[in-house]
Design a protein around this ligand. Structure first.
Ligand SMILES: [Zn+2]
Ligand SMILES: [Zn+2]
Length: 393
């Protein structure tokens, strides 16, 4: 087994990992788009032979979840290469693309490509020639995120994708690894938060309590969060109903939530008949009962916000986007997010303890850090630095 990290060892996002078997089978894990440079420039794509550069096509691509820094290059690779994603990820990504097409940020051709994605199901093993891939569902700010267990040439490797253990589904991460994975030879592990060692992360459930307090105290609340961060929305929704407020969003967001309602088992994701899609005729009801409404930087949201001048604005995503350094997001957020926003957020990524627990569970001989700016932090976790002679970084 040969491992090549094409991108992602010293940066957050843009991950592309290749696994090759001795017989020459090649699979790629994640085809992440590069995040823009600090000055806002789009960085050139990496060129991988047989993926987006001439050469014999790789045998398959497996995507851990639908975040752009893991799937964004899907329209830049040869259309003959099969792309595998989780079943639910595919549907969420399709709903998102339909909105982007309306906003002229995507095309019908892209939607057609997504339609052709193949899907994998947990914990069913997929086989690509002599490599087998077993998905394990994990907790992350994207619904339906996976770790992938890769087996070939008598070796076992676990790729964590993005994960955490402090979200609503966090408790099942370690038991799933014990049940479906066990010991591995190599662990490719995300390390997004490792530069913040020792910092305890707020649990999503603690956010629910804080949200409820805000919604009780304030009659009208607008919240900005990622439309695909389903766990966050579920928690805001629960808090809003407990506070006796209406829960309002746009028709796109409602379509997404109705889809989740149709496939999820937990009561946390029961949105049916409880979520209102915004229309002028519910204004009066909103005035009477008070509300929590999800908004995004567009003219409709701005208009509704102007109808209710007495409101609080909750910013519920990574605060870094509000930093001038992140020009791509900053340019449109600075006009939309008021200076006196209330911050309500916790990371979608694993903290130090969660990563340590994963290492203790799968007992890898080699650890390769990815998706972080501080890979050296792994050394302090007694991860062995030795490099397998077959392992190339
Ligand atoms: Zn990521
Ligand atoms: Zn992610």
């Amino acid at each position: 087994m040969k491992v090549i990290i094409h991108r992602g060892t010293h940066q957050i996002g843009g991950c592309v990992t290749e696994i090759q078997s001795n017989k020459g089978t090649r699979i790629i894990i994640d085809i992440g788009e590069n995040l823009p440079a600090e000055d806002g420039r789009n960085l050139p794509d990496i060129q991988v032979e047989g993926l987006n550069k001439e050469g014999k096509n790789v045998d398959a691509v497996f995507v851990t979840h639908y975040h752009g820094d893991h799937i964004g290059m899907f329209n830049k690779i040869s259309s003959e290469i099969p792309i595998y994603v989780g079943e639910v990820s595919k549907e969420i990504y399709k709903i998102l693309q339909k909105r982007l097409i309306k906003a002229k940020k995507s095309s019908k051709e892209d939607l057609k490509l997504i339609d052709e994605f193949r899907t994998y199901k947990i914990p069913k093993k997929e086989t690509i020639k002599d490599i087998s891939i077993t998905p394990i569902e994990v907790d992350h700010s994207a619904f339906n995120s996976h770790m992938l267990l890769i087996e070939c040439d008598g070796k076992r490797l676990l790729h964590t994708g993005d994960f955490r253990t402090h979200g609503p589904r966090g408790k099942s991460v370690i038991p799933a690894l014990e049940k479906y994975v066990g010991k591995v030879d190599c662990l490719i592990c995300e390390g997004t938060t490792l530069s913040r060692k020792g910092q305890t992360l707020v649990k999503e459930t603690e956010l629910e309590e804080k949200a409820q307090e805000i919604f009780i105290k304030n009659k009208n609340t607008f919240v900005m969060c990622s439309s695909t961060n389903i766990d966050r929305i579920a928690i805001l929704h629960k808090a809003a109903l407990k506070a006796g407020r209406l829960f309002v969003c746009d028709s796109y967001q409602k379509e997404m939530l109705m889809y989740i309602d149709s496939i999820a088992k937990s009561d946390l994701y029961k949105f049916k008949n409880k979520v209102l899609s915004y229309a002028e005729n519910i204004k009066e009801k909103m005035e009477k009962m008070g509300f929590v409404m999800l908004v995004r930087p567009n003219s409709t949201s701005k208009k509704v916000m102007s109808y209710f001048p007495n409101h609080v604005f909750v910013y519920s995503q990574w605060e870094g986007y509000l930093d001038e350094k992140h020009k791509d997001q900053y340019s449109y957020l600075q006009e939309f997010v008021p200076k006196d926003y209330t911050y309500l957020h916790t990371s979608g990524h694993a903290n130090y303890e969660a990563i340590k627990k994963v290492c203790e569970t799968v007992k890898p001989k080699i650890v390769i850090p990815i998706h972080g700016e501080n890979p050296e932090a792994f050394e302090s976790m007694r991860a062995r630095k030795q490099r397998n002679k077959n392992t190339k970084r």
